[in-house]
Every structure is written in structure tokens, then in C-alpha cells.
Design a protein around this ligand. Structure first.
Ligand code: NDP
Length: 478
């Protein structure tokens, strides 16, 4: 046995991860169901480091130093179970199976429990950054036991992206499925970020009347400020791109139907179960869904909207500055919601996740990497029990300063008939949190009226019911 680590599943992610390990001086055993991919990898990239190609599962396992560290990078779902079933019987107590695929965290909980009973560490690991990240440094979110991290952490940290201060973008997130859970929320936040950026673009295009090239310039300007991030940077690239075949802006020749692979949907489904409002992520998932409903959109195309001219050149400049404020404030809200969701799951499952550490490891490698995440890290460093990012002094001040512009942008969007579900939902959440009284009191009254669901009072302890169909006198029920 000569390999410190093994990778099975050599499609794009697995191959790149294996190469990343090899480039960092680790000997990597490589295996794939179809052996031709294994030999192709070694033929093409064998010079980058030490690879041990294995044709059979037995050879693969035999190539690994003990305790064995075996990374699975296959299609999430049934294929992952098939591969676990193939390898688990060949492993010894204390060995580690690391699932780097995009598994649903509930599957990871199930697998971890089953393998723990056999003495095998199952390390559900979120890996973000796509194929480029896998090769050059992803953000890595391993769950599983503390013990497994001791043996595995240094290897993962060696291949992870490094933040600006040099810290590796990899940390032991927490037990069992904590790693896959935070990866899911990361993707949900990514959906929300992308939706907010899309809305900003739509407003600059259809209210301010800017061309895609001009909007690319605007985004480049924003990228030099507090919105500095990978997503803003690539947005400018996409908007500046011209379609070679037609000479038109690339964004105008792409079908406007957004697809999704499902992690955004999982985030929202899970948030509903946990009872954590993640309206920013939900609106982003729904916005993609609406865009894909070609029939609905065709049926509604003739519905009337407001007739509005583009803003004048002077107004447009000022409007663009307000859009930046609205985008920033909405982004703070969606991150606040995402972090609340992580905190809720951490409490629910006993994961004890370090909320600041999540911001720290997302500063590099992953899709939502941004200067902004360092601010979130500092916010949790100042107060580890921060109930919401909106309560952090710095964020509260910024969002407070942005609110007039934010309201004005949403109002303008409504007046011009440009849909901004992300901006609007974020603002509604902000206003709901800061409201002294919410109409939820009325909701409670209605629930008590039709279903005797009871309510609590502001002035006395206990639960109460009003006999609505009788004398309307009140009884204390608990
Ligand atoms: P795919 O998801 O396309 O998976 C292909 C790999 O799975 C091949 O190696 C294939 O083997 C193997 N496989 C499929 N079914 C089985 C099976 N029943 N038994 C054994 N092996 C099987 O590859 P990707 O590289 O795109 O992704 C790998 C994992 O990483 C996925 O879970 C994905 O969600 C996750 N991921 C992907 C990212 C990305 O940007 N693509 C980013 C982060 C995570 P064979 O060659 O024999 O067909």
C-alpha cells in the first residue's frame, strides 16, 4: 500500500480532484467503474504526480495506506449507495469513506449511521468550485467524526483554496451530515445571489435603458467596491460577451429559461421543514421555475403592463447607484437567512457548527466567494451568538443607509412592471423583522375563530380561546 488517498469516480470532478492531490505531492490511487477512464487519466496527466491506477475494487483498496482514505466522486443518489456497498465490505475498522458528491444531507445521515455501526468513518463532504475549483483549489466542507478529520483534514486542507490571509478553505464542519448540509445552503445562497444580480441587470436594462455592454461596465465598477465577488465578476464577463454567429449581445441570444439541478430546491424544502424563512432563496428557485414555464408565459404575454419610457440619462445614472444599494441590502438579507438556516439545523441535529468558520471557508474556492464573506466572518468573531447578520452593527448601519434607495428601487420596479421578487422579498423580510407589531395577531385570531387553535396574549401568561360562536367570552386553556 503506497497511496495516501484514493479517488473512485473519475468523471470531471473526480479526475480533477485526484490531479489536485497528486500535484500537492500525495500518492493517489485512482479507480473508476469503467477502467478506460482510469487509464486515460494516468496517460494524460500521469506526469503531474504519483498515481496508482487500479482496475478492481480489491486492487484499489489494497493500494491505500491505513487507515484508508477513499473518496467517492460518483453521481449522487443510487450510484453512491452502489459504490459504498461495493467498497464497505473490503474496508477495516477506522477506514474512511469520503463522499464528495452532491448528496442530500438526509442520505448522508443514513449512510453515516450505517457505516458507523461497522466501525467505518463516513465523511459526507461538500465540495464547491466546480471543475476548475476541484483542480486548482475548491472550498471543502467535510462532516463526519472529529477523529476522521484528524487523519483526513491535513490532506484536504493541502488541496483546498486559500483565502486572502492564506487560511485553507476547509474546516471540519460538524458530525455526520453537517458538511453536506452547509454545502446545500451554500448552493441556495448562490441561487439567491444570482437572482439578485439578474434583477439588477433587468432593472438597468429595462428601466435605465442601458445596453448589456454598459451594464457590464457598471458591474465592473461595482466589483471594485463592497460587492466585489466572483459572481459579479463573471456577470460582467457574460454581459460583455458578443455572440460570434450573430454579432448580438450573447445575453440576447440565450433562451431565457433558467435550469436547475436541485440543490436550491433542497434548500427550500429543508427550510420549510426546519421552519426557517429563506424567502430570498425560495424566490430565486421560483423565479427559475417561472422562467421555464413556457406555456404559462405564452398564455400571459398579452396581459397589460404599465407604459413607461426609459429613464433620462441623468436619472439613469442616479438610478444605477440606487440599484447597487438595493442589491447590497438584499444580499445581506439573503445571507442572513442562509446563516439562520445553518444555525437552526445545527441546533436541531446537534452539529455545533461554527458559523463564522463557514464564512471563512467560503472566502475562496467556491462560487459565492467574495470579500463580503470576510465581513460575515468578523461579525461572528465579534459575537458568536449573533441572532441575525442584520443585528451586526456594521451590516445594520449599511442596510439602514441603503434603505431609502432600496425602497425607491422596488417602487420603481413595480411602476415599470419589472419583476423583482428577490429585492422585494428581501425588503419585506427586513420590514417584517423590524416591525413592532405584525399582523400575525390577526392570523392568530382567525385561527382561533375557525379552528379553536388558541392564542397567547400580550398581557398575561397562558393560552386562550374565545368562544366565537357563543358569548365571545374568553377561556384560559393552558
Ligand atoms: P457525474 O455526476 O457525471 O458522475 C459520473 C461518474 O459516476 C463516473 O465516474 C461514473 O462512472 C460514475 N458512476 C455513475 N454511476 C455509477 C455506478 N452505479 N457505479 C459506479 N460508478 C458510477 O460526475 P461529476 O464529476 O460531474 O460529479 C461527481 C460528483 O460531484 C456528483 O455527485 C456531483 O453532483 C458532484 N459535484 C459536481 C460538481 C460539478 O461542478 N460538476 C461540483 C461539486 C460537486 P463511469 O465512468 O463508469 O460511467
Amino acid at each position: 500500500a503506497t497511496a495516501q488517498i484514493g479517488v473512485t469516480g473519475l468523471a470531471v470532478m473526480g479526475s480533477n480532484l485526484a490531479r489536485n492531490f497528486a500535484r500537492h505531492g500525495h500518492t493517489v490511487a485512482v479507480h473508476n467503474r469503467t477502467y478506460a477512464k482510469t487509464t486515460a487519466l494516468v496517460e494524460e496527466h500521469g506526469r503531474e504526480g504519483n498515481f496508482v491506477p487500479a482496475e478492481s475494487a480489491e486492487d484499489f483498496v489494497a493500494a491505500l495506506e491505513k487507515p484508508r482514505r477513499l473518496i467517492i466522486m460518483v453521481k449522487a443518489g443510487d450510484p453512491t449507495d452502489a459504490v459504498i456497498d461495493e467498497f464497505a465490505p473490503l474496508l477495516d475498522e477506522g477506514d474512511m469513506i469520503i463522499d464528495g458528491g452532491n448528496a442530500h444531507f438526509a442520505d448522508t445521515r443514513r449512510r453515516e449511521k450505517a457505516l458507523r455501526e461497522k466501525g467505518i468513518h463516513f465523511v459526507g463532504t461538500g465540495i464547491s468550485g466546480g471543475e476548475e475549483g476541484a483542480l486548482n483549489g475548491p472550498a471543502i466542507m467535510p462532516g463526519g467524526s472529529e477523529e476522521s478529520y484528524k487523519a483526513l483534514g491535513p490532506l484536504l486542507e493541502s488541496i483546498a483554496a486559500k483565502a486572502e490571509d492564506g487560511a485553507p478553505c476547509c474546516v471540519h464542519v460538524g458530525p455526520d451530515a453537517a458538511g453536506h448540509f452547509v454545502k446545500m445552503v451554500h448552493n441556495g445562497i448562490e441561487y439567491a445571489d444570482m437572482q439578485l444580480i439578474a434583477e439588477a441587470y433587468d432593472l438597468l436594462r429595462n428601466v435605465a435603458g442601458f445596453t448589456p455592454a454598459r451594464i457590464a461596465e457598471t458591474f465592473r465598477g461595482w466589483n471594485a467596491g463592497r460587492l466585489d465577488s466572483y459572481l459579479i465578476e463573471i456577470t460582467a464577463e457574460v454581459l460583455a460577451h458578443t455572440d460570434a454567429a450573430t454579432g448580438r449581445p450573447f445575453v440576447d441570444v440565450v433562451a431565457d429559461e433558467a435550469e436547475q439541478k436541485g440543490t436550491g430546491r433542497w434548500t427550500v424544502q429543508t427550510a420549510l421543514d426546519l421552519g426557517t424563512p429563506v424567502s430570498g432563496i425560495a424566490e430565486a428557485v421560483f423565479a427559475r421555475s417561472v422562467s421555464g414555464h413556457r406555456d404559462l408565459r405564452a398564455a400571459a404575454r398579452e396581459l397589460p403592463g404599465p407604459r413607461r419610457e426609459f429613464l433620462s440619462a441623468d436619472e439613469a445614472e442616479a438610478f444605477a447607484a440606487r440599484v447597487e444599494e438595493a442589491l447590497y441590502a438584499s444580499k445581506v438579507v439573503s445571507y442572513a437567512q442562509g446563516w439562520n438556516m445553518i444555525a437552526a439545523a445545527s441546533a436541531e441535529y446537534g452539529w455545533d457548527i461554527d458559523l463564522g468558520a463557514m464564512a471563512a471557508i467560503w472566502r475562496g474556492g467556491c462560487i459565492i466567494r467574495a470579500a463580503f464573506l470576510d465581513r460575515i466572518r468578523s461579525a461572528f468573531a465579534a459575537d458568536p451568538a449573533l441572532p441575525t447578520l442584520l443585528a451586526d452593527k456594521g451590516f445594520a448601519e449599511e442596510v439602514g443607509r441603503a434603505q431609502d434607495a432600496w425602497r425607491s428601487v422596488v417602487t420603481t420596479a413595480v411602476a415599470h412592471g419589472v419583476p423583482t421578487p428577490g429585492f422585494s422579498a428581501a425588503l419585506a423580510y427586513y420590514d417584517a423583522l423590524r416591525a413592532e407589531r405584525l399582523p400575525a395577531a390577526l392570523t392568530q385570531g382567525q385561527r382561533d375563530f375557525f379552528g379553536a387553535h388558541t392564542y397567547r396574549r400580550v398581557d398575561r401568561e397562558g393560552s386562550f380561546h374565545t368562544r366565537w360562536s357563543g358569548e365571545r367570552d374568553e377561556e384560559r386553556t393552558a
